[in-house]
Each structure stands twice: as C-alpha cells, then as structure tokens.
Design a protein around this ligand. Structure first.
Ligand code: PMP
Length: 425
C-alpha cells in the first residue's frame, strides 16, 4: 500500500512526494532462500511468525565481520578490537533509533525475546516481587511470556492474574481493568499474538497499568517485524524482541528498559564484562547495559541485526505494514471461501497471521500435505496452549505473512488446501 501523505518535509514546509507503492517483486531477489524450491516446487514460505528469512545484506554484514572485523570487544587496545567494539556499540545505537528509545544505554543485547523476559523476571522480579504481589498476563501470551513469570511467582509467593479474550481473540479490557489493583506489580502483555494475529492496545493498557502503580512489559516479538515501534509513545517500562523474526540472525535479541529502572536492577548473570572491580571479598558491577551482558556477546549477531533494521527501514515500516495488511485481506478472503475452513482469531486489529482449522483434517495432516506442495506453514499450538484451550482445540494450521510474500504464495496455499480437501474432504 502506498503511503500517500503529502505532509510537509520536517521543518522546511516543502511538500513530500508520496512514497512509491511497495512491491515485493522489487526485493524478493534480495533473499537467497526465496529462490530455492521445496520438494521440487516453488517455495511459498508462510511461517514468518516462527522466523523470518534473511536478505543478502544481513548475510553479508555477518560474513564481513568474520572476514575482516572479528575480535573480542570492550577489552582490546588494538585496532581490530576497537573497531569491533565500535561496530557493536553502533548496532546498539541502531536499535535505539529503530524503536525510538531515548538513550542507547536502555538497549541490552540478549539471545532473544525469551531471554529478555527471563532477565526481567529474574532480576527485576527477584528484587521487586514479594509474597502476595500480583502479575497480570493475558490469555494470548506465548509460553515465553508465561513460564518465566510462573517461575518467579513460585519463588516469590506471588500470584498470576490472566486477562481473558473474547471469541474474536481480542483482550477483554473491562476484565483487565478489574484485575488491576494496588497489589499489581507488573503487567506483561504481547503486542501482537503469534497464534491469532491480534494487535493489542498496548498504549492504553500501559497507561492503565501505570495508573494502578504497576510497571508494564510489552512482548514485541511479533510486532517489531510488522509495525513501526516507538517505545516512548507506548510508554512501556520494558519492551522485548528477537532479531530472527525481523530478518536478522538467530541468537540475538533486545531488552529495552527504561533507564532509571534498568540502572536499579541487580545483575542477571555474573562474569566478564559486567563488572567494575572484582576481589574475592567483593565485586562492584558496571552500569547498564554492560551489567546485563556478562561474557562475550553475540557480536556478529548484533551487526546482523543492525543490518536487518537498516534493510527494513530502507523499505519503510509504514509501507511494509500497509502492504502486509492488503495481503492479509486478500488471503483471508480467499481462505474464507474454502468450505469447512474456519479462521481462528478475527480481531478487528490484526497483523498478518491467519490461524485456521479444517472440519475434515487435522492441522498436522494439513501441514504435511502442504509441505508436499512447497508451502511451509506452521501447525500445532504455537507455544500458546492457553489460547488453544480457550477455543477448545488442540492445534491450528497457521499461515503468517511477511512483506516478501506475494499473492502467488497465498494462491499456492489455497491450491494446496484444495489437495487436502481431495484427500480428506
Ligand atoms: N513472544 C512471542 C509473541 C513469540 O511469537 C515468540 C516466538 N514465537 C516469543 C515470544 C519467543 O521468541 P524467541 O523464541 O525468539 O525468544
């Protein structure tokens, strides 16, 4: 979808030409894997909520690092090490810009969204959550945003409260309002549901959490790849995401934490690079973010992530989101015409995720038959068993779209589902 705004250029009063419409045909060649086949068929990769594919620019950034920049960081006084340190810290600054944090010291590099949530639950939770305190989650949460809180609740004697969803897969905000109370210490909610695609009203929910005196963590694993993100606008205290879902490498992710809160948190892991001084009697710790980055970090991963953010920014997150929304509407319309197919998750605000069940075939059989047609989708509970329980189903088939997907991919999925119907229908 073209961005057609004719707003003035910032501060200069000049008209801005509308951005040209985005076409995936212009960029599909950037992704080597999209040129490959599966079972001899054109690959229709529709499992982007699990992980995204990587453009050549990301692969090249990582290769360049190992070919010509590789050295450990923050330690060496020699040129290579200083260059690697500068590149790693530049990647941190790139992340800061991308999510509009106020200061790069608010960006902690971690393995991914899962580690970021565990870090907050262990460090902040260990210091701040006491017996009888409450943590609010939602039915939509990925297991990564449930289990660490459960572990904390068990250690601290705290209680988890869960915001229910309606039949469309939207959070029941009136119930959320009722759950908030002076014992609420934290609200941890997903921004986009990986199982249903629901976009949650995080800004409003964070405001409600703060009004009740609680902090708010937003799980952005599924929103960062598909929506423009501004953590100052959301006003959350923590925001987490994984690099691999936004065209970056695996093993790198981000914890954003509001500066004053991060600086007050105790270390998560001990080791090199997170200290000021060490004696056998006593250790003093470095300031955040170094305090939370014990040991040699994933340097090439951070550089790959920065390259990925450059890449998607080059397209423009607004254009990319607009295109994906149009493709979602196209796919939903096509799928809704298939007899016996029911879409699970029909929120008014939805990212490009389509979970569905067929009345005549188990999702795993659907996935296997589609695989034979070159169509890669995900089947199962999507690490969201409470969502499946809510609908009384064990699993769904899930097609999740990215900006490099086309109508051809969707048509290939629909054709594959015709085969499923022939076999089971
Ligand atoms: N939260 C959500 C909403 C997710 O979809 C995922 C990954 N499927 C995660 C958290 C965990 O991400 P990772 O496995 O990259 O740590």
């Amino acid at each position: 979808m073209a961005v057609t705004s004719m707003k003035s250029a910032r501060g200069r009063g000049e008209p801005v030409a509308p951005a040209p419409a985005f076409s995936p045909d212009d960029i599909r060649g950037d992704f080597p894997i999209l040129q490959t086949t599966a079972h001899g068929k054109r690959l229709a990769y529709l499992d982007n909520a699990a992980t995204s594919q990587k453009p050549q620019a990301v692969i090249a950034a990582m290769t360049r690092y190992y070919n010509s920049q590789n050295a450990n960081i923050h330690r060496g006084v020699y040129q290579l090490s200083m260059e690697a340190t500068a590149a790693y810290e530049a990647a941190r600054e790139r992340v800061r810009q991308f999510i509009n944090a106020t200061d790069s010291r608010e960006i902690v590099f971690v393995r991914g969204a899962t580690e970021a949530i565990n870090l907050v639950a262990t460090s902040w939770g260990g210091a701040n959550v006491r017996s009888g305190d409450e943590i609010i989650l939602s039915t939509l949460e990925h297991h990564s945003n449930i289990v660490p809180w459960q572990m904390l609740a068990k250690r601290a004697g705290a209680v988890l409260r869960v915001i229910p969803i309606n039949d469309a897969g939207e959070l029941c905000l009136d119930e959320y309002e009722k759950l908030l109370n002076p014992r609420t210490r934290l609200v941890a909610i997903t921004h986009v549901s990986n199982a249903l695609g629901t976009i949650t009203p995080v800004r409003r929910m964070v405001r409600m959490a703060h009004a009740a005196g609680a902090l708010a963590l937003v799980d952005g694993a599924q929103s960062v790849p598909h929506l423009p993100i501004d953590v100052q606008d959301i006003d959350c205290d923590f925001f987490v995401f994984s690099g691999h879902k936004i065209c970056g490498p695996t093993g790198i992710g981000v914890l954003y934490g509001r500066q004053a809160i991060l600086q007050a948190m105790p270390p998560y892991q001990g080791g090199g690079d997170m200290i000021e001084t060490v004696t056998f009697d006593k250790t003093t710790y470095a300031a955040a973010p170094q305090r939370f980055e014990a040991g040699t970090p994933n340097i090439s991963g951070a550089l790959g992530l920065a390259a990925a953010l450059d890449y998607v920014s080059g397209i423009g997150m607004d254009r990319l989101a607009g295109y994906e929304h149009q493709l979602l509407l196209y796919a939903q319309e096509k799928l809704s015409r298939i007899k016996g197919l029911k879409i699970v998750g029909t929120a008014a605000e939805k990212a490009a995720v389509i979970s569905f069940v067929l009345s005549y075939a188990h999702p795993h059989d659907v996935g296997t038959i589609l695989d034979g047609q070159g169509v890669a989708i995900r089947t199962g509970h999507h690490c969201c068993q409470p969502v499946m329980d809510r609908y009384g189903i064990p699993a769904t088939a899930r097609a999740s779209l990215a900006f490099y997907n086309t109508r051809e991919d969707v048509d290939q999925l629909v054709l594959g589902l015709e085969t499923v119907k022939e076999v089971f229908g």
